[in-house]
Design a protein around this ligand. Structure first.
Ligand code: SF4
Length: 215
């Protein structure tokens, strides 16, 4: 798999964090936006040695609500098995699908319903969830914020990192550069899903991606 500038930036930052651990061994705090258990499993395993992590579940894009609940429950299931060692908390934000439809401007741009993944609909979908994560992280004084989304080969890591950086504007909480599919991250998430018996969904999340599955 090709190298990624974002993964390289993360490698360098983690090296610095490892060498500058305080005497009290305190870790910087990270608000980690997550869309489901499988995607967050590897990221948690990977980052929990460096950060005190809170998982942020904000995904009004997921359709229908039963699927939204199922992914949330699965994520919580995973953390209750994994979290005692990693000491991870989960915060759930409100589920209001209209926020998603407004964010992707579907009423003004109905053609977005048939766009393939990684297009403008998806960019706007990343953006509104990252914006919410940033606001929560800023209000609660986190050091960094990030999302698990880049672990998926179907997501555009460049767009995610550009948005995350733009939203943070170089002030705390800082964006954590990342491309979690690198270093075998996607493969490891498959292994952890099997190990923990996690439900892996067959579509990204929104009604448009679920319809493509039925085509
Ligand atoms: S395909 Fe996924 S990333 Fe794209 S708009 Fe739908 S839920 Fe969002």
């Amino acid at each position: 798999m090709s190298s990624s500038p974002y993964q390289k930036q993360l490698d360098e930052l983690l090296k610095k964090l490892a060498s500058s651990k305080s005497a009290a061994n305190t870790k910087p705090s990270l608000l980690l936006h997550a869309c489901c258990g499988p995607c967050s499993s590897y990221v948690l395993e990977y980052l929990s040695q460096y950060f005190a992590i809170t998982v942020f579940y904000y995904n009004p894009n997921i359709y229908p609500q039963e699927e939204y609940n199922r992914r949330l429950n699965e994520l919580k299931n995973f953390y209750t098995k994994f979290a005692p060692a990693a000491n991870v908390n989960v915060v759930e934000e409100a589920y209001n699908p209209e926020d998603f439809y407004n964010a992707i401007q579907i009423h003004e741009h109905p053609e977005r319903a048939s766009e393939p993944e990684k297009g403008e609909r998806c960019r706007l979908c990343y953006k509104f969830r990252l914006q919410k994560a940033y606001e929560y992280a800023a209000a609660h004084n986190y050091d960094y914020y990030c999302t698990t989304l880049s672990i998926s080969p179907f997501k555009d890591a460049e767009k995610i990192n550009v948005l995350g950086t733009e939203i943070a504007k170089n002030s705390a909480p800082l964006w954590l550069p990342s491309d979690f599919k690198k270093h075998g991250g996607f493969q490891r998430s498959l292994e952890l899903s099997t190990e923990y018996g996690l439900y892996r969904q067959q579509y990204c999340g929104c009604i448009y991606s679920s319809k493509r599955l039925q085509d």
